[in-house]
Design a protein around this ligand. Sequence first.
Ligand code: HEC
Length: 249
Amino acid sequence: MQSHKLILILAGASLVALTSVSAYAEFAERPEGAAFGEPIAEDELALWDIDITTPTGANLPEGEGTVATGREVYAAQCAHCHGDDPAEGGVMYGTMVGGIGTMTERPRVLTPGSMYPYAPILFDYVRRAMPLDNPQSMTADEVYAVSAYLYHLNGLVDEDFVMNAATMPTIEMPNRDAFFDDDRPDTSAERCMENCEPIGTVADGDYLTAGQPVEDDETPDPSESQVQGGGTGGTVIMGDDEDAEATED
Ligand code: HEC
């Protein structure tokens, strides 16, 4: 009981404070840094800081793996979803091999070999997201090894290749120069890599004027959007979309 009363009194007091202008000034002078909890220690942060600069391979960790070890890692940790043979595919995903040169064809076949512009993307993706039922559980050695195996099957490295932070960025990816800036008019945006303006939010754009919703008929209907669900494992990726079927018929 005692503490309930205290909370009520505090709540009342802060309501009064909120309505006064000086209270806003105090909010504006909030100290730098985290407002709640404790600052995170560097070694704790390191567990989250697993981004790799994929064009250069910067931040690839120590460790290494071979094609032979990767074959074992694959059988133990990947085959139950991706199939015994990564070229055939499995219950959860299609092939991870080949498709090189199909980017402008129908069906195009997206695999790490055919699609990724930089080899370290495979390390970043597998370490972060795979195995799907136990992500971020693999050692760096295992990720290097399974990457060596998959790139070997894609014909990009020899059987005796040793994958590590130094060798991975040197792999020549067939699709390296085929990406281009999105030129669809409805997605156009100035590229900015430094000192950029804040991106803002929907509330800053045309959807709201002076805090009021625009007329109903001007509000974009999300169901009419051209942008369909993401993910690289979707039907279009595997070259099975309606257009492709139509041409096959
Ligand atoms: C529990 C099932 C499951 C397991 C186990 C699994 N994967 Fe996957 N994997 C998936 C699914 C589902 C996708 C498609 C995800 C998507 O498109 O968002 C995928 C996608 C991928 C991709 C394609 C990424 C891309 O860019 O299209 C790679 C590469 C991959 N997995 C590697 C592995 C490796 C290596 C292992 C073993 C260490 C593994 N996966 C284990 C289910 C699994």
